[in-house]
Design a protein around this ligand. Sequence first.
Ligand code: SF4
Length: 89
Amino acid sequence: MTALIGLGWMDEAACLTVPELPWIGPRRGQPLDPGALEQMTQTCDHCPVLNQCRHYVDQAAVSAGFWAGAWRHLSPDARVEDAAGGQVA
Ligand code: SF4
């Protein structure tokens, strides 16, 4: 069994600098703003702790929100589609 990595890396998370973006998803019944999705994607792409974040969400099986450049509430297939510019459910 692999131990979860610590959480100290979160102090350097780039998403902390843009808390107004919908990291947990759009409001219920609201469409996701494509501009916000682009901003979140760019933020993750340039995040100094992207690798730690990706490792953490995989280890912890995070199942909600936008982490490490992808929605985590979608199926793995949908994540691939989303990363390729597909529609977010
Ligand atoms: S990769 Fe994205 S979600 Fe993860 S810490 Fe960085 S900015 Fe936040």
